[in-house]
Design a protein around this ligand. Structure first.
Ligand code: GLN
Length: 547
């Protein structure tokens, strides 16, 4: 039976609960334990799949095809444990389950209430897979006091109460504001936040306090006294120059020791932090810098391409260089010549995206990269625009485009080299879709295998001919144009195992030009950079020596 660690937040949002949970997971692993991390989101969407990236940042996709919260990306990047569909749940999903059971008559005519029906549904969800790991870390989204969060807090209270003593722990993340005029860090908001928790029956065992200044012992003692925690369980959390230093920083502050102590685990197993020491050493000692242009649509919000940004950093760690990624709105290239914008960059990446807006600009960016021999990495829509570009400018299909754009516009304007996929196989299962299907959860989602062409660049990079990567898209490159495009130098170097769906295209006669239909960024880790990102940055380093 796993021990449970519940992570809640107070005072303000955006304190980094997800990162803290992820770093703690990494520290418990360093002490030899197995972990699984989970996110409970109080919003009413059934999953984040239908939310705009502007709303909630990137949608993180799991191997088993769930569209989840971006915090699951942090969990994976820090622990290397592949997240599953059951590691993310929203209030919307919980209510949907309860209402479905009610309609089926499962509750035998009872009145359905938040307690016990909704809370039971949450508790059942919490226990999924609990026998597989030593520690289950569950983060509750939002801040204590939010109306939507109440059923979740009530459920974890009941859960801890019903389990054997010492089986659960509550960790609360807060902010200590600094009042410059008084020269003091203030503990009152934290005291209030803990009071709020206690009013719903939850007593934190550990307080993690975000602060821009060192927390003096007097303030720690005060927090311990007023919030009813042990002084050693008041853990400081300071801003770091890299998120990947969080495990080491939390270890220095005694977070993992406090957690093991709270569970009564003594003596605590010694930690092996070598993985994180190596990462920190690489961060601190770069031997150069490369500039990468990321040409996309959701450029105003950093979190919209979270995994891309992180995977680029990992590629930098693999090559011991700092990666400076600059986000450029592709619509600019629909009005202006991309040359002055792009010529100083060492490589260009076009990430995934939905809808037609900005795609002509992305097509121009792909053309610029192809014609100027600048390393180009196209991911999902970034691959599709590279294919459209090659179809138009190499294969002579002047009005090549994607069915996605026509569907959106409601009229036929393009020769679709990218078409809407209506049936495909996942493992043994045949999946069918129609254009009029509901939006949520109906894409080609999750892990699919691909077979790589012997001797291709993709094969050399992966070092194998069979790979598995995560997908999230509705449209596919049409193999009808494969021969015409290959003749002009765009090679289809990765295909689905049945040979029907193009997974990777590349231009062998170019310093580095690869488009992938999947999302390699989702599987990259600082201690295990994704091979495509590592090689892309290697190409950028080569390019930086030329310019
Ligand atoms: N919009 C494209 C599709 O649905 C690409 C999706 C993506 O980039 N994730 O196929």
């Amino acid at each position: 039976m796993a021990r449970y660690i519940f992570i809640t937040g107070g005072v303000v949002s955006s304190l980094g609960k997800g990162l803290t949970a992820a770093a703690l997971g990494a520290l418990l692993q360093a002490r030899g334990y197995t972990v699984r991390l989970r996110k409970l989101d109080p919003y009413l969407n059934v999953d984040p799949g239908t939310m705009s990236p502007f709303e909630h940042g990137e949608v993180f996709v799991t191997d088993d095809g769930a569209e989840t919260d971006l915090d699951l990306g942090h969990y994976e990047r820090f622990t290397g444990v592949a997240a599953r569909r059951t590691d993310s749940v929203s209030a919307g999903r919980i209510y949907a389950n309860v209402l479905e059971k009610e309609r089926r008559g499962d509750y035998l005519g009872k009145t359905i209430q938040v307690i016990p029906h909704v809370t039971n549904e949450i508790k059942d969800w919490l226990t999924i897979g609990e026998d597989e790991v030593d520690f289950m870390l569950c983060e509750i989204g939002g801040t204590v006091g939010d109306i939507e969060g109440l059923p979740f807090y009530e459920a974890i209270r009941q859960f801890a109460q019903e389990r054997p003593r010492g089986g659960s722990l509550f960790m609360h993340l807060t902010l200590l504001p600094y009042i410059r005029a008084a020269g003091e860090l203030k503990t009152k908001p934290t005291q209030h936040s803990v009071k709020e928790m206690r009013s719903i029956g939850l007593q934190p065992d550990i307080l993690v306090c975000r602060s821009e200044h060192p927390i003096p012992q007097t303030q720690r003692d005060k927090l311990a006294l007023f919030c009813n925690v042990r002084p050693e369980a008041v853990i400081a959390s300071y801003d770091l120059d890299s998120i990947y230093k969080a495990p080491l920083a939390y270890h220095r502050e005694g977070l993992d020791a406090a957690v093991l102590d709270a569970f009564g685990i003594a003596p605590a197993p010694k930690p092996d932090l070598s993985r994180w020491l190596d990462v920190a050493e690489r961060i601190d000692n770069p031997e150069g810098e490369v500039r990468i242009a990321v040409v996309g649509k959701y450029t105003q919000l950093e979190d919209a391409y979270k995994s891309i940004a992180e995977a680029l950093t990992h590629g930098g760690l693999a090559n011991r260089v700092r990666v400076k990624a600059e986000w450029i709105d592709s619509e600019i290239f629909e009005r202006e010549d991309p040359t002055p914008w792009l010529e100083g960059f060492h490589a260009i990446l076009v990430p995934g995206g939905f809808g037609e807006r900005g795609t002509e600009g992305k097509i121009r960016a792909a053309r610029f990269a192809r014609e100027h021999g600048i390393p180009y990495f196209g991911i999902c829509l970034g691959m599709q625009v590279a294919v459209i570009e090659a179809a138009r400018n190499l294969a002579g299909i002047a009005n090549a485009g994607s069915e996605e754009f026509d569907h959106e516009a409601g009229e036929k304007r393009f020769t679709p080299v990218i078409y809407h996929l209506k049936e495909w196989v996942q493992g043994e299962t045949k999946i069918e879709r129609r254009p009029e299907d509901a939006k949520g959860g109906t894409m080609r989602l999750g892990a699919y295998k691909a077979i790589l062409k012997e001797g291709s660049r993709a094969h050399r990079i992966y070092g194998t001919t069979e790979i598995s990567e995560r997908h999230r898209h509705r449209y596919e490159v049409d193999t009808k144009y494969k021969d015409a495009l290959e003749e002009k130098g765009l090679v289809f170097s990765g295909m689905s195992p049945d040979g029907k769906l193009p997974e990777i295209v590349e231009i062998p006669d170019h310093p580095w030009f690869i488009g992938v239909q999947f999302h390699p960024e989702l599987k990259s880790k600082p201690f295990e950079p994704h091979p495509l990102f590592a090689d892309f940055i290697r190409a950028a380093v080569r390019q930086s020596r030329l310019v």
